[in-house]
Design a protein around this ligand. Structure first.
Ligand code: SF4
Length: 346
């Protein structure tokens, strides 16, 4: 029994859970390869140009799995994760989109999670996912779900403590838990705000974590926050939860904008993303209000790495200068006549 899982979209949020679930039932997971330029080109060739980059990448990963000979591919339709909280239309309609653009012979495993219209439970969603493999025993499904939560919770414990995404994922799949060593101090701290698929897909985010580490910047993400902290962020902006990703975008951004230990915020969003454009507008206004520097990076398949890196470097440089001048302003140096000289130092 083999199931293909595209290394895109919900993979970056839920793969530890899928792994714990399917492997407990003896279903072998075959992942698509990491995103390359070719993945983007292949995906883009099948959809209209206005489609956002993450969906183009997703289509490219489906093609990659088909080329590996996988004939059952998991394409969940995650409509709504809680009453009146919805995903964007592209994520909700993902199975239909794939069926209509990828004209190949394969089975789409399209279990639906809809907590608003149908008030479905998780077991219904999981049962649908394994029905094509002839697994219908609910007790087996419940046991596998328990294992899925274990792997997922371990992963969350690690990311919350600050273990980087790649390491946390690796350890969680090995059934291990490690806690981050946060001993190293950094001169500048930045919060990086984006959907998991825009942040942790190294081709899409152009290895932004490595770039910031080279610039000696400490990076914080939504994964380090609890739901309560993100909720509190949303409340401070008087923002209502509507989109499924509102916690990791608006909630996390608001939390870090208020946090004095964070020097600046960088957001990454896909060009043409409707939900992000609404959320980012509110985030920008809040950052302006609290005087927190913010940089918005928009990406599509044409985005060049050189321009992307230059903007990050300029932003980090500005934060260093701002911090340095803030420190100098606090130093009270006077000359022999008692006149303040700190402006000369600046
Ligand atoms: S939330 Fe935005 S980036 Fe994500 S799939 Fe929807 S439109 Fe695309």
């Amino acid at each position: 029994m083999k199931i293909g899982i595209p290394r895109a979209l919900s993979y970056y949020n839920f793969f530890p859970f899928w792994y714990g679930f399917f492997s407990d039932l003896g279903i072998e997971i075959v992942l698509s390869d990491k995103t390359t330029k070719q993945t983007m080109t292949d995906g883009s060739s099948l959809v209209v140009p206005e489609t956002c980059l993450p969906v183009k990448v997703y289509v490219g990963h489906i093609l990659n799995l088909l080329n590996k000979g996988i004939d059952k591919i998991f394409v969940p339709s995650i409509q709504s994760i809680a009453p009146k909280i919805y995903n964007c239309s592209k994520i909700r309609g993902l199975p239909d989109l794939i069926r209509n653009v990828v004209k190949r012979d394969f089975t789409i495993i399209e279990s639906t999670l809809d907590k608003s219209e149908k008030n479905q439970g998780l077991y219904e969603f999981l049962s649908e996912a394994v029905k094509p493999f002839g697994i219908t025993d609910i007790e087996r499904i419940k046991k596998a779900s328990k294992n899925a939560w274990k792997v997922y919770n371990n992963y969350q414990i690690m990311t919350r403590s600050g273990v980087p995404y790649k390491k946390a994922l690796k350890y969680a799949l090995e059934n291990k838990v490690v806690i981050a060593d946060n001993a190293k101090s950094y001169p500048v701290s930045i919060a990086l705000i984006a959907h998991g698929y825009n942040l942790y897909d190294e081709r899409v985010s152009m290895k932004i974590f490595d770039k910031l580490e080279e610039l000696d910047v400490k990076v914080y993400t939504a994964e380090q926050l609890t739901i309560e902290q993100m909720n509190e962020g949303l409340n401070s902006m008087n923002s209502r939860l509507y989109w499924a990703n509102e916690y990791e975008i608006t909630g996390a951004a608001a939390h870090y904008i208020k946090d004095r230990a964070i020097d600046g915020v960088i957001t990454i969003n896909a060009f043409g993303c409707g939900p992000d454009s609404l959320m980012l507008e509110r985030i920008s206004r809040y950052a302006r209000k609290l005087n927190k520097p913010i940089l918005h990076l928009s990406i599509d398949e044409q985005t060049g790495e050189a321009g992307f890196v230059t903007r990050i470097e300029a932003f980090v440089d500005m934060l260093y200068r701002k911090k340095r001048s803030g420190i100098l302003n606090k130093i009270n140096i006077k000359d022999s006549n008692g006149i303040q000289v700190r402006n000369i130092l600046k």
